[in-house]
Design a protein around this ligand. Structure first.
Ligand code: DOR
Ligand code: ZN
Length: 426
């Protein structure tokens, strides 16, 4: 089926144009174009389909919280055409067999492409290196490796893994958390944790690992990617490592761009996340770093959890928040409406750069004739109120419930096929 998107603004810039999609590609850009199906796009912004480097899909093992099908539908509704699925499933994605299963489930669901992340260590145990090479060679073509949820805290193992992934242009995505500094940690260590009597998660626990891993990546000449950067001090370290010319990239989550640890005073565990919400000083530093390129991209850390794991006392609740369906809107509020990023730069930070870091062919490509039609159409003027019950994710743990956010995804196209139309599953 062919589509024409009428009168859209490419990257939100220039004059309105028509974009013709045939055979999975952008076939023509011009005016007065026709096709079998047509979408009225006046005032809408066309972006390359978004790419998430950090999604938890929970399958296999916790299909009550999310499945590949439900999580990728949530992704498509959020404007994504590709997500990287983290390895902390049950069983862990530490073999070619498991990553191929996750990849195949993504293909079958058809909402967006799923790029499985391979675990670095067997069973996320932190001791024995997993078979990184066979995951790289598998049908899933793994290029991103991470023990996310846990830190690869053994420096020698981290060094060897960095050396190993070089052979196939892989990247080590680190969840930076020195475990000895976060024993009993429940929230950001600071004034609020003292007041509330909750165990503190100090900024230095993140920063110590980032400093170490940047030095290791520089030494080995390999690629390291820092997951969910959350502190102003981390930003300084990443800036320093980039100045050295080391191959270091970093992501920030939407929730760390908007929320602070003041929310822990509610004792509502929907605000419990790892790394934790920090202070306004950190939030401001993260926004500036995303604007100036020190932080390369936004990644959701979409972490769905079943009701019984969230609607419990703070200490017993699991950390994590959903994020796929709200990511673009939170970025619009924190970065576009504040003048820190243009829509052109949003395309870079949420599509082009994450696709490049994950080595995903066919995603994050220019809006140009001949390119794969992986696209997302956004209404920048829309306002909507987040209703957890109305979301496609199987889980309800959004920290943005009840908030009114700007910008809405109107349509998403995966290789020229609509996955979302009129803000609903196509
Ligand atoms: O809050 C988090 N939740 N942080 C992580 O690193 C893991 C994630 C999860 O899997 O729930
Ligand atoms: Zn993590």
């Amino acid at each position: 089926m062919s589509w024409v998107l009428k009168d859209v603004l490419l990257y939100g810039e220039g004059d309105p144009v028509d974009v013709l999609l045939t055979d999975g590609r952008i076939a023509e850009i011009g005016n007065g174009l026709g096709a079998e199906e047509s979408l009225e796009g006046a005032g809408l912004v066309l972006l390359p389909g978004l790419v998430d480097l950090h999604t938890h899909l929970r399958e296999p093992g916790r299909e009550d919280a999310e499945t590949v099908a439900s999580g990728t539908l949530a992704a498509a509704l959020g404007g994504f055409t590709a997500v990287h699925a983290m390895a902390n499933t049950d069983p862990v994605a530490d073999t070619a067999g498991v990553v191929e299963q996750v990849w195949r489930l993504g293909q079958e669901a058809g909402h967006c492409d799923v790029a499985p992340v391979g675990a670095v260590t067997v069973g996320l145990g932190g001791e024995e290196m997993a078979e990184l090479g066979s995951m790289a060679d598998s049908a899933a073509h793994v290029r991103v490796f991470s023990d996310d949820g846990r830190c690869v805290s053994d420096a020698s193992l981290m060094r060897r893994a960095l050396e190993y992934v070089k052979a196939f242009d892989g990247v080590m995505a680190q969840h930076a958390q020195e475990p000895r500094l976060t024993v009993g940690a429940q929230m950001n260590e600071g004034v609020n944790s003292s007041k509330l009597g909750l165990g503190g998660w100090p900024a230095v626990a993140e920063e110590a690992i980032i400093a170490r891993d940047c030095i290791l990546a520089g030494h080995v000449g390999s690629r390291v990617h820092i997951c969910h950067v959350s502190t102003a001090g981390s930003v300084e370290l990443i800036r320093w490592a980039k100045e050295k010319g080391w191959d270091v990239t970093a992501e920030v989550t939407p929730h760390h761009l908007l929320l602070t640890d003041d929310l822990a005073a509610t004792y509502d565990a929907v605000f419990k996340v790892n790394p934790p919400l920090r202070t306004q000083v950190d939030v401001d530093a993260l926004r500036q770093a995303l604007a100036d390129g020190t932080i390369d991209c936004v990644a959701t850390d979409h972490a769905p959890h079943a009701l019984e794991d969230k609607e419990t006392e703070w200490g017993a609740a699991l950390p994590g928040m959903t994020g796929l369906e709200t990511a673009l809107s939170v970025v619009a509020q924190t970065m576009v409406e504040t003048g820190l990023l243009t829509w052109r730069q949003v395309a870079e930070r949420l599509s082009e750069t994450p696709a490049r870091i994950g080595r995903l062919d066919g995603h994050g490509r220019p809006l140009a004739v001949g390119e794969p039609a992986n696209l997302c159409l956004v209404d920048p003027g829309a306002r909507w109120t987040v209703d957890p019950a109305a979301m496609a994710s199987r889980s309800r743990n959004t920290p943005f419930a009840g908030r009114t956010l700007p910008a809405r995804v109107v349509a998403t196209f995966l290789r020229g096929r609509a996955t979302v139309l009129d803000g609903k599953p196509a």
